[in-house]
Design a protein around this ligand. Structure first.
Ligand code: NAD
Length: 393
């Protein structure tokens, strides 16, 4: 029997494995951790909502049937000429592989940024940020140095804005629990471009900025971070700002293994794929999610969970077609829109052509979460996450 490997249990990998399961096709799913993390909700975990561990789902829960063999290992090499993946604990030969290893933070070679900022990219990084902020606030109680109460977030894309939205709700509560006056807290979001949330229409991004400013967030737009030292940011104009916490949400690039393996990559390290999501370099490898560079309307699709799930499904179906000696199908992305949460009870964005802001947008966003949980784990998973207070509907 032909050996199929899915590398990575993020949005694309999990959906692909579910598809294999649906058609009783044995496959091996390899992931560095024994769980699937709800990556698009990590701003909640980092921003003090709920328990951090509730934002993960045990892979054995998603794949109890041994038809999907689970391997916990970190992939360290892809040798598509030899048709094998290498991990920290073993070598994994395959006949067909789906590479869905996700992305890593993009540091743009900014001096000191990697060493002196905290990325928001994984469950563990969310835990680190949350603990770091709590520790800083506690230290303020000891020495009354206001630097501990200043949090800087670099980047006002979706991740940065969703995160400051959480902070605006959480930090007053944290102050209250530590008996600190919350008027001294500063949340500063620094963005290189003139606007926050560039993917939204003007009136919605203005609305979002106004709401967050009213909640205590300061935005510094047209402010490019050029250097970072311990607890200090330097902007292009030479201005320096210090803060006890510096979080980096300035963008992502594909997992470095794709470039290392010699795949043809775009400038964000994503491997070029054909319309069928097969690698342009090898006929036995499909690539999906943040690892894939798929041109649509003249430019590569953005690295979103929405598209990763669609790609994961199509790549899995195309592997199944190959096994059946059937024709491959082209991937047609369905871009439904973008919704950003601004804390637990407000949101902003446009979905299926409806532009929305406030409570309704937040409800809309909660429904997209329910849809995803239904897709991967059915009603049981929705109920479990609702009991853990991850859902507001
Ligand atoms: P992003 O690339 O969307 O935004 C990063 C921001 O950082 C940009 O606005 C950029 O101008 C800014 N930036 C970069 N360098 C800077 C510098 N030196 N100084 C100051 N600002 C700088 O990255 P993201 O928010 O991490 O999102 C990554 C991907 O994930 C995107 O495709 C996004 O759409 C997706 N995402 C979606 C959701 C959602 O649908 N709710 C949530 C999070 C992320």
């Amino acid at each position: 029997m032909e050996k199929i490997i899915i590398a990575g249990a993020g949005y694309a990998g999990v959906i692909a494995a579910r598809e294999m399961l649906k058609y009783d096709q044995p496959a091996t799913l390899i992931n560095a951790e024994p769980y699937h993390q709800l990556t698009t909700w990590l701003h909640e975990a980092a921003g003090g909502r709920n328990q951090v561990d509730d934002y993960k789902i045990d892979l054995r829960d998603l794949f109890p049937d041994p038809i999907i063999q689970l391997v916990v290992d970190e992939i360290t090499g892809i040798d598509w000429k030899k048709r094998q993946l290498t991990g920290s604990h073993g070598v994994y030969p395959y006949d067909y592989a789906l590479i869905a290893l996700g992305s890593t933070p993009e540091y743009f070679n900014i001096e000191g940024l990697y060493a002196h900022s905290l990325p928001l990219k994984s469950l563990e990084s969310a835990r680190v940020i949350r603990r770091h902020i709590e520790r800083e606030f506690m230290r303020y109680g000891e020495d009354h140095d206001e630097i501990h109460l200043r949090v800087i977030v670099g980047g006002a894309g979706l991740t940065g804005v969703e995160f400051v939205g959480e902070l605006a709700e959480w930090l007053p509560d944290l102050c209250h629990s530590l008996k600190i006056e919350d008027s001294k807290v500063e949340i500063i979001c620094v963005e290189a471009m003139p606007d926050i949330l560039p993917m939204l229409p003007n009136h919605l991004r203005d609305w979002a900025q106004h709401e967050l400013e009213a909640a205590g967030v300061q935005f510094m737009t047209s402010s490019k971070i050029v250097r970072v030292e311990k607890q200090t940011l330097e902007l292009a104009g030479g201005e320096k700002i210090n803060a006890g916490t510096i979080v980096w949400t300035g963008g992502v690039r594909a997992h470095p293994l794709l470039g290392d393996a010699g795949f043809t990559c775009d400038r964000k390290g994503r491997a070029k794929v054909k319309e069928t999501l097969k690698s342009v370099d090898d006929d036995r490898v499909w690539i999906a999610g943040d690892c894939a560079s798929y041109d649509w309307a003249g430019k590569p699709l953005p690295p979103t969970a929405q598209l990763a799930t669609q790609m994961g499904k199509q790549a899995a179906l195309n592997i199944l077609h190959t096994l059946q000696k059937e024709e491959q199908h082209s991937f047609t992305p369905k871009i439904y829109g973008t919704l950003a949460s601004l804390g637990p009870s407000r949101g902003v964005g446009a979905m299926v052509g409806i532009r929305t802001s406030g409570r309704f947008a937040s409800l809309f966003k909660e429904l997209t979460k329910v849809k995803y949980l239904m897709q991967i784990g059915g009603v049981r998973m929705v109920n479990r996450k609702r009991r853990a207070h991850l859902l507001q509907v």
